[in-house]
Design a protein around this ligand. Sequence first.
Ligand code: MLT
Length: 203
Amino acid sequence: MRHLFIKGTDLSKPTLLLLHGTGGNEKDLLPLARLIDPDASILAVRGTVLENGMPRFFRRLAEGVFDEEDLIVRTYELHRFIDQAAETYSFDRENVIAIGYSNGANIAASLLFHLPKALRGAVLHHPMVPRRGIRLPDLTRTQVFIAAGSNDPICLVDETLELQTLLESAHAETVLYWENQGHRLTQKEAEAAASWYHKYIDN
Ligand code: MLT
């Protein structure tokens, strides 16, 4: 997968896995990662699916309607890529925190839904429920920060709450932060993500 790896100045820190939104690329979330932890290593990945030329992490049939089969294939593809990258760049595979926005948050949530040890934690900006009707793995000790918009037209309030409930039913520890700026990733929620990280991950 097309990606950037930036070695951190403190190798005891987690590796931040950056997953952009639809139409973005691997550089989009670099400022957010630097805000969250300037000393951590970064693995920033570009989605392998193109929708009218716009990179994404999996196909969709319509806005908010996922191609489930493709979602599953791409979730495992990303998982294998992280495993390989951990060997190539010698980072601790068990200390990876995903930071995703929109489509990138959805594939990060899908990693959590399908694989018990894919991530130590995740920062999900404006995520949706990636799949329904499946049994989640045991997510004990997995820390998840969710930032959502009370007026987000894509990720609705009920769906955000459903995602939180599903993750908590699988024993993940979640913190939910509300904004009211639609689907935008705001500076305030970026700062809230940084505070969460220092409280629950880098403490
Ligand atoms: C998705 O397809 O993942 C969601 O609709 C979010 C987005 O617009 O990318």
